[in-house]
Design a binder for this molecule. Structure first.
Ligand code: TMP
Length: 214
């Protein structure tokens, strides 16, 4: 089996998708699976993977849906990401750990770049200095019909700024993620999230089993 990346001594796994796709539940399943196999695991998220980043998250996820433009959103997210990479992700990878991150750069490409209309070139140019060579080895895209996902998210309540953007925004978002997966089939794996939790988990673990030397 080919190693998915030679860039990092550790392994970097990201979970992506629209709202209400069940990422939080599945990330625990991924963590338990990796721990069972005897790996060191760091579970984290964006925005908000550091204490400073948590403050940025609060700014982003609450309030009126139009409070920030997509460009302002991007700059806030990249401030969060820079700190997260410097303080959490790169140190953990350098120690050979598995880093499992709830959202990463594909979210910026999909939410701000495509659904927000900034364009992928602008996102690339802004985030390249932040990312450097630290890219995910495997990305699990939890795909769900936005109407269903938004319903789930509304029922859950809490941070609803992005959830209150239009259905058209969320449909564009879903298609953007699926396009990314089509462009990078060796990195991004589409998981149908509109099924029982156990069935979704089984699919995810099968991908990790195949793609990573866990
Ligand atoms: P969550 O749904 O995983 O809790 O993430 C919080 C929100 O942040 C989510 O609605 C999407 C948004 N977000 C972006 O818009 N761009 C990004 O790059 C990231 C990481 C998150």
């Amino acid at each position: 089996m080919d190693a998915p990346s030679v860039k990092n001594p550790g392994r970097f796994i990201t979970l992506e998708g629209g709202e209400g796709a069940g990422k939080s539940t599945q990330i625990q399943v991924v963590k338990d699976f990796l721990l069972t196999r005897g790996n060191d695991v760091v579970v984290t998220r964006e925005p908000g993977g550091t204490s400073e980043g948590q403050e940025i998250r609060n700014l982003l996820v609450s309030g009126d849906k139009d409070k920030w433009s997509p460009l302002s959103e991007t700059l806030l997210i990249l401030a969060d990401r820079a700190a997260h990479l410097e303080r959490v992700i790169r140190p953990a990878l350098a120690e050979g750990k598995y880093v499992v991150c709830d959202r990463f750069f594909d979210s910026t490409r999909a939410y701000q770049g495509v659904a927000g209309g900034l364009g992928l070139d602008v996102i690339h140019n802004l985030q390249q200095p932040v990312l450097g060579t630290t890219l995910p080895d495997v990305t699990l895209l939890l795909d769900i019909d936005p109407e269903k996902g938004l319903r789930r998210a509304q029922e859950r309540g809490g941070e609803l700024r992005f959830e209150s953007k239009t259905l058209a925004y969320h449909r564009t978002l879903r298609n953007a993620f699926l396009d990314f997966a089509a462009q990078e089939p060796d990195r991004i794996f589409v998981i149908d999230a509109d099924r029982d939790v156990e069935v979704v988990s089984a699919d995810i673990l099968a991908v990790l089993d195949e793609r990573l030397d866990v």
